[in-house]
Design a protein around this ligand. Structure first.
Ligand code: T46
Length: 131
């Protein structure tokens, strides 16, 4: 679990970051969504059975907590050239959204509620039996 830098093409007009399957995103991109207009309420509190995602704060900042069932780490996302890959079977929570936070998420699958593990005890059981 670590943050990943993405290349920015920057000139006197500003920056441009391109996210491309097979180039800097190691999966086929099936879905893009973003969280915005966020308040004090933390989000997430679930893991995914299969879904792989890349999270990048394209504006503002937030904290992403990732837990693999043994250890948990907090990552501050506050740079549009830095994101974090969130692999399957990681419990995730998003906290501390700044007023201007826009959290962009690139995913390798369409939305599927059946892929969510929303109970932490179920998550721990699954992690411990996953091979
Ligand atoms: C994740 C974190 C980072 C849809 O209809 N389509 C979608 O593509 C998504 C992502 C959500 N939804 C619906 C499901 C819920 O009724 O939107 C509602 C809010 O979703 P949720 O409470 O799961 O949102 P977050 O911010 O807790 O979690 C989201 C993603 O769901 C999740 O996969 O990893 O962002």
């Amino acid at each position: 679990m670590h943050k990943t830098k993405v290349h920015s093409i920057t000139d006197n007009r500003g920056g441009l970051v391109s996210l491309e399957s097979g180039i800097n995103i190691p999966f086929d991109i099936k879905r893009v969504y973003y969280l915005y207009n966020l308040n004090d309420e933390a989000r997430g509190f679930h893991a995914h059975l299969k879904l792989r995602q890349f999270l990048i704060c394209v504006s503002g900042s937030c904290t992403v907590k990732l837990d693999d069932g043994e250890t948990s780490s907090n990552f501050t996302l506050n740079d549009p050239t830095e994101g974090i890959f969130v692999e399957r079977l990681l419990w995730r929570e998003m906290h501390n959204f700044s007023k201007d936070c826009v959290l962009l998420v690139i995913a390798d699958a369409h939305y599927d509620e059946c892929d969510y593990i929303r109970n932490y005890e179920d998550f721990l059981k699954l992690v411990r039996t996953d091979t």
